[in-house]
Ligand binder design. Sequence first.
Ligand code: ATP
Ligand code: MG
Length: 425
Amino acid sequence: MSKAIQAVRGMNDCLPSETNIWQMVEATLRRVASNYGFSEIRMPIVESTALFKRSIGEVTDIVEKEMYTFDDRNGDSLTLRPEGTASCVRAGNQHGLLYNQEQRLWYMGPMFRHERPQKGRYRQFHQFGIEAFGIATPDIDAEVIMLSARLWRELGINDVVTLELNTLGSNEERAEYRDALVAYLTEHEEKLDEDSKRRMHTNPLRVLDSKNPEVQAALVNAPKLSEYLGEESREHFASLCQRLEAAGIDYVINERLVRGLDYYNRTVFEWVTTSLGAQGTVCAGGRYDGLVEQLGGKGTSGFGFALGIERLVLLLTSLEKVNNVRPQVDVYVAMLGDGVDIKANQLAEMWRDEVPEARIQCHCGGGNFKKQMKRADKSAASIAIILGEDEIAQQVATVKYLRERKEQISVPFDQVPSLLEELIN
Ligand code: ATP
Ligand code: MG
């Protein structure tokens, strides 16, 4: 026998036993996005490499070491998208959606980063993202964060996630701060690790979110970004905080939160959890007022976030929040006796016509009652409808409850649709 080929490391199959929870999560994301007037946009998975270099920044982890980049047959450098915002802005510019307009967009799909695979970190993973264009005021920052908070409530994980918030100020304020920070880091260089020494010259703000406790200790007296903010940046942030308080959304200000990507300004935020181990960030985003112009469009504000769907699914599973996810099959139709199968299929078709939401699986492949009941049990259906020659003659279905301690009942065929309605609602 030849050796079986395996999936690429870090790229996962999503099996039928998991797809129902994925579908529940995806449906919630779609519904909540539309609750706030956001429309879906779908972008290609492959883009020109230059798009990500220009937007994410040359000296970020993603561009330095995580991208799946290759030359296609024409010799053009292409990249499997590592995130969605750059593509979304590219599409918006290309189709004239952004200039002098407001757009509220969402996207969902696979992203690719060549990272070390571990729990919550994969090479193909899935993001849901929200991007709001054309609004410079903090009301949209607040509304997008409220949208994210509603997601956690709807999914039942609001108790285990915390909102961390910071402001990076304007580009000028950040540049001034960067100089002060580099001066401080240079003075304390001997206390930094190799990574931070390198970042000090390429992307010094990233030193602030170093995970190394020694580096963190060396930063205790470092200058603070908040001391470099001008009036407008302070007001923007204060207004956002006030709006979140009015909406009853708790937050903590984390001055070390700078985010990995180059394009953020003013508001940045993350939703973090302690229930997932090292990969604790479920959702991250902020304001990116310069990005549209940086990618060749006319200046337009932007605010958005991306969340990792695998991390949400892991969180829901670990909290055992998946019990109420509807199984893939509601009803299993078992059939016994000569010619009953054809009649059973006709009835099932009729019930599917009448109750389009019902998931009805008819037994196929013959076999005795025991075998059919085994299949019914495995299907996770909540009831079995059993049809034999007597049932067909009397026009009644025998209904057996598979998950509850309830007596078997007989239901006239024409009342089966209302039983199904009751079952799925
Ligand atoms: P991290 O600090 O965990 O590496 P990040 O800052 O690189 O995250 P973003 O680029 O902001 O992440 O992406 C937004 C979200 O996408 C993350 O908060 C996370 O939930 C998810 N995510 C990012 N990278 C991965 C990955 N390799 N595997 C699974 N999910 C991921
Ligand atoms: Mg990362």
